[in-house]
Design a protein around this ligand. Structure first.
Ligand code: SF4
Length: 399
């Protein structure tokens, strides 16, 4: 299959693709459909043998739908020198830059060919954050106004962007992200010496929330203001889980952050941190679990099972660790518990809690089997519950 699209644009996208997996966006494991070196689309069996660069990702949208997302940059040139970043100034590799019109056309070629339905657009910084943000906004404006693109658009807010630019980006995007990278200014100095934690990174997230609050009726291009996300690099600045989660909790509570991403540090050749050890990916997973507990499950940061050093145990998930202390001698009666109490039981999430509440209106839940019949996962909850006043029998783990 051959499409008559801008080969120049496709080739530039391929130059960026090598490092784009380092930039989290929505839920994006690599997709099988990719672009082969010639710009042709390859799928299925062909993909397995040609091993092209990943450009398009399956991304789960905020509403739950999965779409093919082009995740890319306007420019891989950057004048800043973040110590962990493959695009940092002075690093020797091939770079490329799109003009806004060219990026918009390249994306629309992919969109019309059915290859990409949404765009995640970031950029290295050239000529300052304001100028770079202008180019991102211009690209988004061309997509929305000239090409009438009505699909998903995630824009990055550049360090140094101005409040008026943030508001313009809010008028065009479905989601905006500002990567804090570190939990506070001291840790950021070790990762990104040219970035200012409050003035350049936290402030734009606060502006977004201020605008959402002060102009609730105005909304964005589709009548809704965009959601916000951030990213932390984990394990390269000596930060503790407590520091990371304290900042994430502040953002969830005070600027209505939709999602904090945690990326386990992995050293990159020819950067100041190239000899720094990679972080255990399990730590990243534990941070996600804990952040979801206080974002979605009603837990407070103080309830997290931190060690004295302020880290989460790696060998147990934080909800289970909490329950082993709090619920083993004080089990929850499933037939009387409120929703927020059900959510604290290991193995029960928002869907399981809703299922139990609905089933209780039909009768009493007396056995583990009653929970299994309604679709509740029971592997982990038995030590922590009562069913009609009785503890279910369960096998203690041998080790
Ligand atoms: S500003 Fe962004 S692109 Fe530039 S070096 Fe830092 S993280 Fe990389």
């Amino acid at each position: 299959m051959f499409y008559n699209w801008s080969m120049n644009g496709i080739n530039k996208l391929r130059i960026f693709s090598q490092h784009m997996h380092l930039e989290p966006a929505e839920e994006t494991p690599p997709q099988l459909q990719r672009l082969a070196p010639c710009g042709q689309v390859v799928t299925g069996r062909e993909t397995a043998v040609s091993q092209p660069d990943p450009l398009i990702y399956h991304a789960k949208m905020p509403g739950g739908k999965t779409i093919p997302l082009l995740k890319t940059l306007l420019s891989s040139a950057c004048e800043r020198n973040c110590n962990y970043c493959p695009f940092r100034a002075g690093r020797n590799f091939r770079r490329a830059t799109f003009k806004p019109e060219e990026m918009a056309k390249t994306f629309m070629d992919l969109y019309r060919a059915g290859i990409a339905e949404g765009l995640f657009l970031s950029s290295g910084i050239i000529g300052g954050g304001v100028k770079t943000q202008d180019k991102l906004i211009e690209t988004a404006g061309i997509l929305r106004h000239k090409h009438q693109f009505r699909g998903y658009l995630h824009l990055k807010i550049m360090p140094g962007a101005e409040k008026a630019q943030v508001e313009r980006a809010m008028q065009l995007a479905n989601r905006l992200s500002v990567n804090l990278e570190a939990p506070n200014d001291r840790r950021l100095a070790a990762l990104a010496p040219m970035k200012q934690f409050i003035a350049e990174l936290v402030r734009p997230l606060q502006w977004i929330e201020e605008i959402r609050q002060s102009k609730p009726a105005h909304g964005g291009w589709n009548g809704r203001w965009p959601s916000t996300t951030t990213q932390f690099v984990v394990g390269a600045a000596g930060e503790s889980d407590l520091e990371l989660l304290s900042t994430a909790e502040y953002l969830y509570k005070h600027v209505r952050l939709a999602r904090a991403y945690f990326m386990a540090f992995s050293p990159i050749h020819d950067t100041p941190l190239e000899n720094y050890p990679a972080e255990n990916p399990l730590r990243q997973n534990r941070l996600y679990q804990a952040s979801f507990l206080f974002r979605d499950y009603g837990f407070d940061l103080e309830e997290m099972p931190f060690t004295e050093a302020g880290n989460l145990p790696l060998d147990t998930d934080p909800k289970l660790a909490w329950a082993q202390v709090a619920l083993r001698d004080d089990p929850v009666e499933v037939n009387r518990a409120k929703r927020e109490e059900l959510l604290r039981i290991p193995g029960i999430g928002p869907k399981g809690a809703a299922t139990i509440l609905a089933a209780r209106r039909r009768g009493t839940l007396r056995q583990v089997r009653d929970l299994q019949v309604i679709g509740v996962h029971t592997r982990r909850l038995k030590p922590f519950i009562l069913l009609d006043g009785k503890r279910p029998t369960y096998q203690l783990p041998l080790f």
